[in-house]
Design a protein around this ligand. Structure first.
Ligand code: MG
Length: 381
């Protein structure tokens, strides 16, 4: 037994076979408590903290990290288990304590069926403001569960063509030129690279990447530029270097300067930090060309689907992104990827202790499993 499988087994994550699992630890939900007290419940929630380890120390304009805390969730109904996940990079403000506090308040015993998804998610949203990653962990598990009961993957339930999935970009973090060169070589299987900028050596970084590859690039500045005229000069220069869009060039609060940049830019300007939930369309529409939708920012698949529809109604570009996540949340997001212009779904590729198997990348393209729900199973190694 590998060390990871032994760890998971010890934690109760692997048990029962046939892809089912059980958290045998002390973290259990109100639903479990109610069950023990004799109150009937069809839906049982379980959750457990887990730490993802990055293959490389990951540096962006906002800082560096080598690990990311996640909360793994399960919702069980009629002996079928749906998997979910909350990923909580520190800059979003959620952590094990906040997720535990939130999930401990969730009482799914009040619902007779997981198909009451509208009612369940309105209830989840009403428990507390914020906590979008914790909310996403419920939303994803519910989608997985209901898809499994219907025996269909969610892309099919939504009526999406799995052949229309985009290539995923692969992220190159900020680093010394020698390290950047190694990372670009490691990214050989990917057709588009997302290069992190915003630390002051942007041209050197792009030239270093270009010394290794002529693939299309996109760049993510993570709010790193402070002057709009300099930003416009950089965008023109980046276009000459084969960049296809620029993500979050300036501060998330600089709407006027960003609107000026977008109006004058030869490349699409995408909102990430400036855009979280559907309410933010009132701020980003007119200031940005498009939005980066992430399940952990908006609360899950239900909200993300509505946001894609809203973006299209407003004639805006759409990309779907992720945090550092296991294949659970990444494969869930990938179910929506036939609807988007660009996908940045590489969070599971940046870690070395994934718990699940799900989407695969074949010749750079997102390939959705023909499996029910969100399409994942526990990793068997
Ligand atoms: Mg970003």
């Amino acid at each position: 037994m590998s060390s990871r499988r032994k760890f998971l087994s010890d934690c109760g994550i692997i048990a029962g076979g046939a892809g089912f699992s059980y958290f045998g630890l002390s973290h259990y939900s109100l639903a479990d408590k109610n069950k023990k007290s004799g109150k009937s419940s069809g839906l049982t929630l379980r959750y457990k903290p887990y730490e993802l380890h990055m293959k490389h120390v990951f540096t962006v304009a906002e800082g560096s990290r080598s690990a990311t805390p996640v909360m793994l969730t399960e919702i069980e109904y009629d002996n079928i288990i749906g998997y979910g996940e909350a990923s909580m990079p520190p800059y979003l403000g959620e952590n094990y304590e906040t997720a535990t506090a939130f999930l401990s308040k969730v009482d799914l015993t009040r619902f007779e069926s997981p198909f009451l998804m509208e009612d369940i998610l309105i209830y989840i949203d009403s428990i507390a403001p914020g906590n979008f990653a914790a909310k996403a962990s419920i939303d994803i598990a519910l989608h997985d569960l209901t898809g499994k009961i219907m025996k269909q993957p969610w892309y099919r339930i939504w009526g999406l063509d799995p052949s229309k999935t985009p290539n995923t970009s692969f992220t190159i973090g900020i680093d010394k030129p020698d390290v950047v060169r190694v990372k670009v070589r490691e990214a050989m299987p990917y057709k588009i690279l997302k290069v992190k900028l915003g630390k002051g050596n942007d041209k050197e970084t792009i030239e270093t990447v270009r010394s290794e590859t002529d693939k299309p690039l996109c760049v993510d500045v993570n709010q790193g530029w402070t002057d709009k005229a300099m930003a416009l000069d950089m965008v023109h220069w980046l276009k000459e270097k084969g960049v296809v869009f620029v993500e979050q060039p300036m501060s998330k609060t600089s709407f006027d300067d960003t609107a000026w940049l977008t109006q004058n830019s030869p490349l699409p300007i995408m909102a990430d930090e400036a855009f979280q939930t559907i309410k933010d369309f009132t701020k980003v529409h007119g200031a940005y060309s498009g939005v980066n939708i992430k399940l952990m920012k908006c609360g899950g698949l239900h909200a993300a689907y509505a946001m894609i529809k809203m973006a299209r109604a407003l004639d805006m570009k759409v990309m779907i992104g992720c945090m550092t996540e296991t294949s659970c949340a990444v494969t869930a997001a990938a179910q929506l990827s036939p609807l988007v212009d660009w996908a940045d779904l590489d969070g599971n590729l940046l870690i070395d202790n994934d718990v699940y198997e799900g989407l695969t990348i074949i010749d750079g393209k997102i390939t959705l499993p023909d499996s029910p729900g969100i399409g994942i199973r526990l990793r068997d190694k």
